[in-house]
Design a protein around this ligand. Structure first.
Ligand SMILES: *[C@@H]1O[C@H](CO)[C@@H](O)[C@H](O)[C@H]1NC(C)=O
Ligand SMILES: *[C@@H]1O[C@H](CO)[C@@H](O)[C@H](O)[C@H]1NC(C)=O
Ligand SMILES: *[C@@H]1O[C@H](CO)[C@@H](O)[C@H](O)[C@H]1NC(C)=O
Length: 259
């Protein structure tokens, strides 16, 4: 029994140490659509730089290409200073082991109108704002469409959707009379927080403890790694302990009726 628990504990820990080693892809400015010629900057924000995260993309012309093939690497970020419609595609961060971050769709339009919408999946209950704009103005009257049907027309080119739900997920477009229509933009809605914690976590992470604030700020990599380990332990110990407790309770549960 003891040996089995230890085994279990070890495998939980190893699974956790893999799943927590993640990167977050950020895009600046944060928009899913751009005009041709706009500049944009992408970066893989990582928990553990030794995992060797690289930014990759798929476009209609190429697959899994890295920043050096289409942008300028600047530290951990990658800049596209002059974008083209051929930069449209799906972008993601990938570690040496093949783990991937969330991916994002970017559309670079050669047209006159774009729809600015959240680039990452939105959480249920959040408010989102869609902006329909031309290169020079973001407050012209605009029509907004979802799955090809008009949902609303707005005199100012903005629409805010309050408390989004799964039903708001879909493909949106907008149109500015006399200027044109935007490319389609996909909005996805998730029911779970988009954090770096494993989605299967069984107990809420504890409040930040004094342990974390007691670590002195430092630039040195070893200290940061120690801090990272401590942070994971603080966050995941309750999870591991409760899981182990549950398992042993389950194993000690009397079998047979009335036993
Ligand atoms: C990129 O393209 C490759 C090859 O077609 C495919 O296997 C992979 O799933 C694509 N990645 C994304 C995030 O779409
Ligand atoms: C990349 O873009 C960021 C943000 O726009 C900017 O601060 C940085 O100077 C750029 N780096 C290069 C090498 O172009
Ligand atoms: C990207 O766009 C495709 C449709 O073109 C959609 O199926 C996919 O869910 C989108 N991915 C994200 C992360 O928005």
């Amino acid at each position: 029994m003891k040996e089995t628990s230890l085994h279990f504990l070890l495998s939980v820990l190893s699974v956790l140490s893999c799943t927590t080693d993640q990167a977050r892809l950020t895009l600046s400015p944060s928009s899913s659509q751009f005009f041709e010629g706009d500049s944009l900057s992408l970066s893989c924000e990582e928990d553990d730089s030794s995992a060797g995260w690289t930014l990759r993309r798929n476009t209609t012309r190429e697959t899994r290409t890295q920043c050096d093939d289409w942008g300028t690497s600047a530290g951990s970020s990658c800049n596209i200073s002059l974008s083209f419609p051929s930069d449209s595609g799906v972008y993601w961060c990938e570690s040496r082991e093949g783990a991937t971050s969330q991916s994002i769709n970017i559309t670079v339009s050669g047209g006159a109108v774009i729809l600015q919408s959240p680039v990452l999946p939105v959480m249920e209950g959040e408010n989102i704002t869609l902006i329909c704009r031309t290169q020079t103005s973001s407050d012209l009257p605009a029509d907004f469409y979802k799955h090809g049907s008009l949902i609303i027309d707005r005199p100012t080119g903005h629409v805010t959707i309050l408390h989004v739900s799964k039903a708001d997920e879909g493909v949106y477009r907008c149109n500015i009379r006399g200027h044109g229509e935007s490319p389609p933009g996909w909005i996805s809605v998730t029911g779970t927080p988009t954090t770096t914690a494993p989605p299967t976590i069984a107990v809420p992470p504890p409040e930040p403890t004094t342990a974390s604030s007691a670590v002195p700020p430092s630039d040195s990599a070893p200290l940061q790694q120690v801090f990272t380990v401590v942070r994971y332990l603080v966050v995941f110990c309750p999870y591991v302990i409760s899981t182990v407790l549950l398992v042993s309770l389950y194993r000690h549960r009397p079998t047979g009726i009335g036993g």
